[in-house]
Design a binder for this molecule. Structure first.
Ligand code: M6R
Length: 608
């Protein structure tokens, strides 16, 4: 996730900005850059790689300025190379800009600006914004109004900071769906995408809301809405240490990442909706596609199991899902009409890379579903679908999983459309329901924040020795994922099963000490799951259910209900997994374990 910093004040902006960027390193980045306003105009400096190396280079440059902006980039559009690093400049070099987020309409804006003679030097979506401001300056009578006019043309998400020689003592900022916070100092002011950036200087902050603009000068900060109407904003004092602030006030990265899911899912939708207008996510004859092999490990494998339902139901293309570590030992049937889809958050998992390579060797086309731009999987595969989760720091995967599912759902919808298997009205209805998913996730998480239902449940069960997770259809893989999360971070034995399979063996385990977690939300298998709940109840098992408020039958059989909003059954896994992530998180925390770095596990497994 990119990081923004802006400064105007009494100190050497170069040092303040780089020190501030270092405090945003935890967000993950692949390149960094700084723009400083000097008597000779704007000077920019950029580097791919670590900030400490960048700092060594900058220290050698003798340059003093009191105002500037800086950025750490985590690539989304365009590779991690110098030209794509921010800040980006207008053609005349009078405006410099840094941006976090995704500009959805950047292709059409870029076309328009190219036709008006603007010269682009990067592959980023960001660069259109600075050219757009430059273009608006031709007809507007102030920089501020040109800035507002440019904002009104942007679709997507953005946090932006801008400096310009036309207003040499000001930093202009705006926010829509991407965080930005102003720090109020004494004779100096700051803006950043997160509080730790400026915490050593000030803890007096103003959080920008969507649709708000801030204009910073050395001695004051003014706030406006996007139409330029002045706003009065509340100043808050943040009582956090730097390490608390990095986690946004959450105790662990895992909890922060769980709570980031509404935004991450919205970003995955934004980032991957372009195919419906712009065409295929990779160069392949999809009409001749005969079959898909999905290869993945761990949580990504569970995403693959759900993707099989999506792809087969929406496009009628047959799908096999394999653990990547097994794939190459089973001599799979592969041809040039086969697509091999490797799902990997990190893009560095050795088994998944090996499975993708095998597919390629046998003449298949390969597609990576990946979160990390420039990773090995994205370099080696024929095409990549990015998941836009932002860096995931906790070893236990949460937002990477829900964004994989979101991206795969979109891919399946797209495939269904191009193969003619999905009618327009079915497509519109499914896509419409997907668009509503981020707000439903938000609603569940807000309720949990207030009521703490899952936390209380974890308090009841953190001493359990075994937990059984049961689900059917698209929620069977969620049972597997819930069990994996619990095992990974709390070291409690857990198993996921299709609930219809229980009577063929695991039912023997059930007694009054066994917590059984059912995925019992509305869908084609709801009544079947209710019957399976009866079987557990009859054996005195403790029934915990993830269910919708309207699931009366399931509710009657449940000892501990967790209510989630009702969504289309195909989308229910993306919502239902969230309480299971929280359940695992709170149990591990109650047991006092290192939640973000569980024993024996690594974030990416680069050995076979
Ligand atoms: O980076 P990948 O998605 O390829 O990683 C695959 C697994 O190693 C990963 O999902 C692992 O299971 C996580 N620790 C799950 O929380």
């Amino acid at each position: 996730m990119c990081g923004i910093v802006g400064y105007v004040g009494k100190d050497n902006a170069k040092s303040v900005l780089v020190e501030s960027l270092k405090r945003l390193e935890y967000r993950g980045y692949d390149s960094a850059g700084v723009a400083l306003l000097t008597d000779e105009g704007i000077r920019t400096f950029k580097k791919v790689g670590k900030i400490r190396d960048f700092q060594v280079e900058l220290n050698k440059i003798n340059l003093y300025s009191n105002i500037g902006i800086a950025h750490t980039r985590w690539a989304t559009h365009g590779k991690p190379v110098i030209n794509n690093a921010h800040p980006h400049l207008s053609c005349d070099g009078k405006v410099a800009l840094v941006h976090n987020g995704i500009i959805e309409n950047y292709s059409s804006l870029k076309e328009e600006l190219l036709s008006k003679g603007h010269n682009f030097v990067s592959d980023t979506d960001t660069e259109v914004i600075v050219h757009l401001i430059e273009e608006e300056l031709k007809s507007e009578n102030s920089f501020f109004s040109a800035f507002l006019k440019a904002l009104s043309r942007l679709k997507g998400s953005f946090a932006i900071s801008v400096i310009t020689v036309l207003e040499p003592d000001k930093v202009f900022c705006a926010r829509k769906d991407s965080p930005l916070v102003v720090g109020l100092g004494d004779g100096e002011n700051f803006v950043a995408s997160d509080v730790p950036a400026f915490l050593p200087y000030t803890n007096r902050v103003v959080f920008l809301e969507d649709g708000e603009v801030a204009v910073l000068s050395k001695d004051e900060v003014s706030f406006y809405d996007f139409s330029g109407v002045p706003l009065s904003k509340e100043v808050m004092t943040v009582p956090w240490s730097i390490s608390q602030a990095e986690k946004g006030g959450y105790k662990h990265f895992m909890l922060k990442e769980i709570y980031e899911q509404p935004k991450a899912v919205a970003d995955a939708i934004r980032g991957n909706s372009g195919w419906f207008e712009e065409g295929a996510p990779l160069d392949f004859n999809f009409e001749q596609l005969e079959g898909i092999h999905i290869v993945a490990c761990g949580t990504s494998y569970h995403a693959g199991l759900i993707a099989k339902f999506y792809i087969e139901s929406f496009s009628r293309v047959p799908v096999n899902v394999d653990y990547a570590s097994e794939f190459r030992y089973r001599d799979p049937v592969i041809s040039d009409k086969t697509l091999i889809v490797g799902i990997t958050q990190s893009g560095e998992t050795a088994d998944t890379l090996a499975a993708l390579r095998l597919g390629k060797e046998r003449g298949a086309t390969t597609l990576a579903i990946c979160n990390v731009i420039g990773s090995t999987a994205t370099r080696e595969a024929d095409g990549t679908i990015y998941t836009y989760a932002g860096p995931e720091i906790s070893v236990a995967s949460t937002k990477a999983f829900t964004t994989q599912l979101t991206s795969l759902f979109l891919f399946a919808l797209w495939l269904g459309k191009v193969r003619g298997a999905l009618k327009q009205e079915e497509f519109e209805s499914l896509y419409g329901e997907l668009l509503e998913l981020p707000s439903k996730l938000e609603s569940f998480l807000n309720t949990e924040r207030k009521e703490g239902t899952v936390k209380e449940l974890a308090l009841n069960f953190y001493k359990a020795k075994d937990v059984l997770y049961l689900g059917r259809h698209v929620n069977y893989p969620i049972a597997l994922e819930g069990a994996l999360k619990l095992k990974e971070i709390s070291y409690i034995h857990a198993e996921g099963y299709p609930s219809g399979e229980m009577k063929h063996g695991p039912i023997a385990l059930i007694d009054e000490r066994m917590p059984v977690i059912f995925l019992a939300t509305k869908g084609r298998v709801y009544e079947k799951v209710v019957s399976n709940m009866e079987e557990v109840k009859a054996r005195k098992g403790k029934v915990i259910s993830v269910l919708n408020p309207s699931c009366k039958e399931a509710n009657n059989l449940t000892d501990y209900p967790i209510y989630v909003p009702e969504v289309n059954e195909f989308l229910s896994p993306i919502l239902n997994v969230v309480p299971l992530q929280l359940f695992a998180y709170y149990i591990a925390d109650f047991l006092g374990y290192e939640v973000d770095q569980p024993r024996n596990l690594a974030k990416s497994v680069t050995v076979e």
